[in-house]
Write a protein that binds this ligand. Structure first.
Ligand SMILES: [Zn+2]
Length: 463
């Protein structure tokens, strides 16, 4: 990596919430619906063609010609409509490619009411936190306001995409970001162990990093308890199959989607922050290669109801992807290795040890003891010829946290406090009878007792 050469560019996307007036919101939704119309028109016209024995059109240029023949779609600009054609064409060729390779894939065929609209370079204007999106000629200008500052310099932004998720409008901003230059040594290797209790545990030659996932677990647990309570309360009101839901039911469904989206966002954000901490640690240790234990195939075998649920909540693919993206941007290489046996081998004497129950790893053959996740990371690093120079795990270990612990006033904590019969439940819902201090909300049934410690926010980690 020479300093004189132009830095390599990578594309990165940040999704930013929009702060809009009612009128702007209506116009944005109209744009998304128009894009949905373009999508439906594409599907319908291609289906007709197939029925008449003609080949379907999937080529972008050919689709553009078809579009000019058809006319305009509401307030959607030609560039916006073409972005939908591009999306269709890309999806079509991806599916064709996968099929050719013998994988299963289906061509786009499902209609959506709201389809994202992308504005490529030159079709949008950025002024501070305001962005002007292109609309059809003759329509008034459409400006939208970002809820937070742009994380990239405006001149690096290549495309913006208007989209709706969880009942809210967002702008996905894609920028070409240059790879940062760090003084890295490609021979220095660090091992990374992905986990549920600790999303990342990293071990380099003379240092370790443990990122605690306690806040993430607390968030998941409260979310689960909250959704269960919601379900119990509303199950009787659910429409029968074939019956049309009431307005009240629709509002309930919308609320569920919003809550679900918020939970997803929080987990997503916390995992990104954790990955950032790992990459910062690696850069500080001048590590050029990160070796990650490959968690693939972990869900193949049945591990019991609670553990299965937990493994599926874990989102390890996202953890890995977030780490990869950030490492790439810092010029660090990420390699995957098989993680089998890494948490049950002693790093000092290399003999098999029964998998520890808690976080504390103790070797019965020699006197070694240490943190289980760090031991895993050290063994992963050793697979690629790295890891701590002295035997065992490094003495100097940084501890970091990912995400935010749900606030004391979080409405969902009320359910948790009710279950534990706190004398002083979290604010939000005053108790029915102040004298008894009991809560109105239904009692929450236990997950399998004794097994839910990974999800319970009130248990301390064994350090
Ligand atoms: Zn040992």
């Amino acid at each position: 990596m020479n300093g004189s050469a132009t830095p390599r560019l990578l594309h990165r996307t940040a999704t930013i919430r929009l702060r809009l007036t009612r009128r702007q919101t209506r116009r944005c939704y109209r744009l998304l619906r128009s894009a949905g119309d373009v999508w439906a028109w594409l599907l319908d016209s291609n289906r007709q063609r197939r029925q008449q024995g003609e080949p379907a059109i999937s080529n972008y240029q050919a689709l553009c010609r078809e579009l000019t023949r058809t006319g305009s779609f509401g307030e959607l600009s030609v560039a916006g409509a073409r972005s939908v054609l591009r999306r269709y064409s890309d999806a079509w060729f991806q599916a064709a490619k996968r099929r050719k390779a013998g994988l299963s894939a289906s061509f786009p065929r499902r209609k959506c009411s709201l389809v994202p609209v992308r504005c490529y370079h030159g079709t949008f204007t950025i002024q501070g936190q305001r962005v002007r999106l292109r609309v059809a000629r003759g329509q008034p200008e459409l400006w939208v306001r970002l809820a937070r500052p742009l994380p990239y310099p405006p001149e690096q932004v290549r495309a913006v995409t208007l989209l709706a998720d969880g009942g809210r409008l967002w702008l996905a901003v894609t920028a070409a970001v240059p790879v940062e230059h760090h003084d890295l040594d490609p021979m220095r290797v660090a091992g990374v162990d992905l986990g549920i209790i600790h999303p990342y545990a990293a071990v380099a030659e003379d240092g370790g990093l443990l990122v605690s996932g306690r806040a993430l677990r607390a968030e998941s647990y409260l979310h689960l308890v909250d959704q269960q309570a919601r379900q119990r309360k509303t199950a009787k009101r659910a429409p029968k199959p074939g019956q049309r839901g009431s307005r009240r039911w629709r509002r309930h469904r919308a609320r569920l989607r919003r809550v679900e989206a918020r939970h997803r966002r929080r987990v997503h954000q916390a995992q990104h922050q954790a990955a950032k901490q790992v990459v910062a640690f690696a850069a500080q240790q001048r590590v050029g290669t990160l070796v990650v234990g490959d968690p693939r195939g972990i869900t193949d075998r049945d591990a019991g109801r609670v553990q299965n649920w937990r493994l599926r909540q874990w989102r390890r693919t996202h953890l890995l992807q977030a780490l990869r993206d950030k490492a790439e941007l810092a010029g660090i290489v990420v390699r995957l290795v098989d993680e089998r046996g890494t948490s049950s081998t002693c790093p000092a004497c290399h003999r098999r040890v029964a998998k520890p129950n808690g976080r504390r790893f103790r070797c019965p053959h020699c006197t070694f003891f240490g943190h289980r996740d760090l031991v895993g990371a050290a063994n992963i690093a050793a697979k690629a010829g790295g890891g701590p120079t002295s035997t065992g795990v490094p003495v100097l270990v940084e501890h970091r946290r990912a995400g935010q612990v749900p606030a004391r006033r979080d409405r969902r904590r009320h359910l948790h406090d009710a279950r534990r019969r706190r004398s002083c439940p979290a604010s939000g819902h005053p108790p029915d009878n102040p004298a008894s201090g009991r809560c109105r909300s239904p009692r929450v049934p236990d997950l399998t007792p004794g097994e839910d410690h990974a999800a319970s926010p009130n248990r301390a980690d064994v350090a």
